[in-house]
Design a protein around this ligand. Structure first.
Ligand SMILES: [Zn+2]
Length: 301
């Protein structure tokens, strides 16, 4: 009985309500739209990309404000989508990057929630990367059959170590692992003995042997071992497909599986592997793409 009376009460109220509303089709449409919004539809939001002009190989930051909490936001560039992290109430952010081979031009970063989409411009400027001509003893640049097998095995190991897209561990900005200046920049073409070419997909930072190396951000150690080219090599997984790489270390302070906090000591500068003197080779990857660490250090998430 009480149920019946309450439903009939509702019915009566609804009738009263409908009688009170002027029977304008526009008003009815507006109230229907209002109801749709209450049922989890995306609200209007704004999206900004910074920096707005980058070079091939650079990282960029996308900040979305005013999007409905609890509804997924997606960030995409040329078919590649980047994981989105929360930055507080109605705030989302994503770190993206473009490949070194990306053609310069004007692009649009697509930011979507539900059916709402924003197209934010991103300019990839024409960039000339430096070339470095080196002369080295031929036996040093042409590894033997055994070494070639080792190099291939290690390349595959490094590649697969940086494949998983795990849960976000990084927080805020990425910090410089050593204070020293850049001696060889990202994207430098190294031409050895006029016939062998390699592209430097990281930066070399000056440092004294034994100097402490700090973790660029919070992360999990996924590799810490001696490799042919990299010498003692350390890889940190920061989650969401973000990785940082440290090479030529004299010693490790962490072992695989360890969680390191941002700024914690992970090892020491050295000259192990193919290195001509103590320095830190520092690399970064965003979803499988080698990214200029300098551009990553400049972002303010
Ligand atoms: Zn290097």
């Amino acid at each position: 009985m009480p149920l019946r009376s309450s439903s009939s009460l509702f019915y009566n109220e609804a009738q009263t309500m409908f009688r009170k509303i002027p029977s304008s089709p526009v008003l009815i449409l507006l109230s229907l739209l209002g109801l749709l919004c209450l049922r989890g539809e995306a609200t209007a939001f704004s999206a900004a990309v910074s920096p707005v002009r980058i070079s091939p190989g650079d990282a960029f930051l996308v900040r979305v404000k005013g999007a409905t909490d609890g509804l997924p936001v997606s960030v995409e560039l040329k078919g590649r989508s980047f994981p989105v992290a929360s930055c507080g109430k109605a705030c989302s952010l994503a770190i993206g990057s473009v490949d070194l081979g990306m053609r310069p031009g004007r692009y649009k970063v697509l930011v979507s929630q539900g059916k709402r989409t924003r197209k934010v411009p991103l300019v990839i400027r024409k960039t000339t990367f430096p070339s470095l001509y080196l002369t080295l003893p031929e036996e040093k640049v042409s590894p033997g059959e055994e070494d070639m097998k080792r190099i291939e095995r290690e390349a595959e190991k490094v590649r697969s170590a940086m494949e998983p897209v795990s849960e976000r561990m990084w927080e805020g900005d990425f910090v410089r692992p050593v204070a020293g200046a850049v001696s060889t920049s990202f994207g430098t073409r190294r031409i050895i003995n006029n016939h062998r070419e390699s592209i430097h997909r990281g930066i070399d930072l000056r440092g004294a042997g034994g100097e402490h190396i700090q973790a660029a951000n919070r992360g999990r150690v996924v590799l810490a071992e001696e490799l042919f080219f990299g010498g003692n090599t350390l890889i940190l997984d920061h989650g969401q497909g973000m990785y940082t790489i440290y090479m030529h270390l004299s010693a490790f302070s962490v072992t695989p599986g360890d969680i390191t906090e941002k700024g914690a000591v992970i090892g020491s500068v050295g000259s192990t592997g193919r290195s001509s003197g103590p320095h830190l080779h520092f690399g970064a990857r965003v979803l499988g793409v080698s990214t200029n660490p300098v551009s990553l250090l400049k972002l303010k998430p």
